[in-house]
Design a protein around this ligand. Sequence first.
Ligand SMILES: [Zn+2]
Length: 125
Amino acid sequence: MVHPSLPYARAARHRAARALTTLGSAHPRALRLLAIAAGAAARAWDHGHRVADTHPAPFHWRRRKEPLPTLYELYMAADRAHRAHHAVCGRCTADHPDCPAGRQLHDEFVQRQDAYLAAQKKRRP
Ligand SMILES: [Zn+2]
């Protein structure tokens, strides 16, 4: 069941993304909307929604014919998401996630980093 916090979190994410695109990442309004989006995502998480629910893959990604992202691209995307979160969270730091959304983003970053490094190790005997 979709808790009302999920559509709110998605809308907050859209507003923040639009502000980041039009105003730039240093603009106070963009940073405020990003902080609101982070809080909304945390509330959605508290109601059982995962980060992927707030950030569904765009339709064109799900149907695209190009190859799937590489492990490195996934690792870097997780790194960017993790950094963007702790830059605005107020509770989390780079090495110490301190909120549910921050912990999930940190865990995804660590898992993708481990997967990438394990694949690199396999390639170099
Ligand atoms: Zn956090």
